[in-house]
Design a protein around this ligand. Sequence first.
Ligand code: HEC
Ligand code: HEC
Length: 388
Amino acid sequence: MNANRAVVSAVVVLLMTFGFVMVGAKAQSSGAVHAASQGQEAANAAGPKKAEEQFKNIQVLKGIPADQIFPAMQFITASLGVECDFCHVQGAFEKDDKKNKQTARKMMAMMFAINKDNFEGHRLVTCNSCHRGSAVPQAIPAVMSEEPKDAMGGPKPAEVKENAGPAADQLLDKYVQAAGGAAAIDKVTSRVMKGTIDFGGKDLPIDIYSKDPDQRISFTHMPEGDSVTAFNGREGWLGTPGRPGVREMRGSELDAASIDADLHLATHLRPMFTEMKVEGTEKVGDHEVYVVVGQRAGKPPLRLYFDEQSGLLVRLVRFGDTALGLLPTQIDYADYRDTNGVKIPYRWTLARPSGRFTIQVSEVKQNIPVDDAKFVKPAAEEQKGPGK
Ligand code: HEC
Ligand code: HEC
């Protein structure tokens, strides 16, 4: 994909996300000026708002939580390889003026019916099963466009091979050992990293502070200010330069943030899973890896890729649940270095259908004091008027 286009669409998605939640936040916080925590409790007591209560023109996705609409829209966009304006009129998402939006409604109903009638209601067929990144699915198989490279019929690189090797438990143990051992890993109390984030060919400085238990905040220094991603063990938030207030993380975003914030992830993996299975071996770069799938209660599974040689975790794939299907996030860990007795990655690439970035760390300080004040959430929205 063209790098500039990727950056532009990622920024658009960010702004869009922000815009929606602001609309939602305004609707919810009508009247009373609460302290942030009281406001949150009140919202929880009322139960999550339904999509049709928050948005103006929901006909098919009725009954799902309102904050599932945006992830569902991201899922559609990724499956069809289009942008929001393929179906929506600028600034008036409720309007049905575009034919593609009307078609999409019929397609949703069709998808639900296919799964209900053929797959016992399991969400096996999604928009992506047919569309695979294009607006008009291909009904006719393609002819071979090049001479076959692999006349001997060997396995393709991404194919998972059957495995008769170690069990999942052993692979998790080997990972803990390779990363320095349980005692050393669990002793880490904080980690402060400086580095750069490469976002579509642009390098920006980034600072990341992590503190046990499960607190993490990163500051990407952009020319117009800092972009912030934070998690304090319970709540997560995102700050965009030039925008007042922060956007709160929801659902799968919180799950993802808690994984990233865990300084002891290596020793915490096993208790997370209700079931673990070695799916086989695969290649990540030029390394053979074991693929372990961990099932979790009430959350999408995690896919873990352990280097056959070093035993280290070189890839983690997690999924955001949406009303229409799962959205993957793949993180590739590299440049593992020994730091105060534990091995940690100094480089990682995070990739989603909508974009990717790479962080390269140049300096790490571990087990130094980090002020708790760093992880205090600012007000969700700047209070206007007489309240403040
Ligand atoms: C392929 C078509 C399609 C694309 C692309 C698409 N949407 Fe939608 N969107 C729909 C349909 C259909 C509905 C109505 C769903 C229903 O009736 O249950 C909808 C509803 C919405 C709503 C609710 C509007 C209201 O007030 O009723 C919002 C907001 C929205 N979409 C945002 C987005 C955003 C943001 C994007 C890009 C990330 C996007 N959509 C991409 C088809 C699409
Ligand atoms: C079972 C396969 C299948 C599934 C599942 C499916 N589609 Fe489609 N979709 C098609 C086919 C085939 C066409 C092309 C129809 C045609 O050529 O007129 C199409 C066309 C469309 C179009 C019109 C595109 C254009 O340029 O004319 C939209 C929009 C669309 N689908 C959205 C969706 C969405 C959103 C989902 C998931 C909720 C979805 N589809 C799921 C098969 C599918």
